[in-house]
Design a binder for this molecule. Structure first.
Ligand SMILES: [Mg+2]
Length: 341
């Protein structure tokens, strides 16, 4: 079986409300859908969203990357094409992820397996995602939290930014108003070491599950200092793209956990390598995503079912933010609970 054709399409999905973090604001998800067709008629679909602020790729960069590499993938077997894709140093991680998930789903089809079975899951399990509370004024974030909880979501990922006072106020208010909610704090690199330690100190009596990427990605030393002094678990997100990054952070004990995203590592093939390493090192992970379309969320959820012992947190809430429910999902979202359908 050989790859015969690769098609790219630009897609858009409107969001219910804007998504705002320390890094960006998004009203509509823009993504590239890649359809890989084989000579026996099998079709694999992958996607990659624009996340210039994180992976440095917009949708045009992603399409250009796919166009650049497609001539080397056509007429190749699936295994050869995956090898060629990941050996390429010129194209970005999101573009790689879109092609990788399409090709891996084709590999599953050739074995007559569902993607989760191919990735190692014996059976389907119910999964649970957090929901993002965008960075806004404190009273608006409290309202968003109230709404999320009333819609059956009890793990809140609270986006904070460089204003530490705001971050402390928001966290304390949400924690005291909604004591049963699990709180994940994501600073998206907005703080320095001093801010981070001040925030952590102020949270002595507040129950927080973890703090995500307090300092800039490159500041591994700062991240390590915070991790060593913090009573709250620290999770590295933007600091870890590849397996090499994961090894650096884990071996130097610079964070307690890492956030794996298909768009950062280059797809399912690479995410599996990081998850296998994390399993061996006994490090828990978050499986996260950008604001993504249904097929790339499907791929991540199939993967989550195969590594429940390693993936302690799932941050795959994009479908909950879509204005309209997608009929392209393999999963049904009910509040924070996710079931394979
Ligand atoms: Mg994050």
């Amino acid at each position: 079986m050989k790859i015969k054709n690769i098609k790219t399409e630009l897609k858009f999905i409107a969001l219910k409300t804007p998504f705002i973090t320390a890094l960006r604001r998004v009203d509509t998800i823009e993504f590239v859908r890649v359809t890989v067709e084989c000579d026996n008629g099998f079709i694999g679909i992958g996607e990659a969203p624009a996340t210039k602020a994180i992976t440095n790729e917009d949708v045009y960069d992603i399409m250009n990357s796919v166009w650049k590499i497609e001539e080397f993938l056509i007429e190749q077997s699936l295994a050869e094409s995956l090898y060629i894709l990941h050996a390429n140093c010129e194209i970005g991680s999101s573009a790689k992820a879109s092609l990788d998930m399409a090709i891996v789903s084709l590999q599953a089809q050739t074995k007559k397996q569902k993607l989760f079975e191919y990735l190692g899951a014996k059976e389907t399990i119910e999964l649970k995602t957090d929901i993002t509370i965008s960075y806004k004024k404190p009273h608006e974030m409290i309202e968003s939290s109230r709404l999320a909880l009333s819609n059956g979501m009890d793990i809140l990922k609270i986006k904070v930014a460089d204003d530490i006072k705001h971050a402390i106020e928001v966290t304390k208010s949400i924690s005291s108003l909604f004591p049963d909610a699990t709180l994940i704090i994501d600073a998206n690199q907005a703080w320095n070491v001093e801010d981070s330690l001040n925030y952590i100190e102020a949270m002595k009596d507040v129950k927080i599950e973890l703090i995500e990427q307090p300092v800039i990605a490159q500041d591994i030393q700062g991240l390590k200092e915070i991790t060593q002094k913090s009573h709250i678990a620290i999770l590295a997100d933007e600091a870890v793209f590849s397996l090499l990054d994961a090894k650096k952070v884990i071996e130097s004990k610079s964070a307690d956990m890492i956030n794996i995203k298909l768009m950062k590592c280059g797809g399912l093939t690479k995410a599996v390598e990081i998850l296998e390493y994390a399993r061996e090192m006994n490090v828990k992970c978050m499986l996260g995503s950008m604001l993504e379309g249904p097929y790339s969320i499907n791929a991540a959820l199939h993967l989550a079912m195969a590594y429940p012992d390693v993936i302690a947190y799932i941050d795959l809430d994009s479908p909950l933010l879509y204005k309209e429910v997608s009929n392209e999902l393999d999963f049904k979202f009910d509040g924070s609970e996710i079931q394979y359908i």
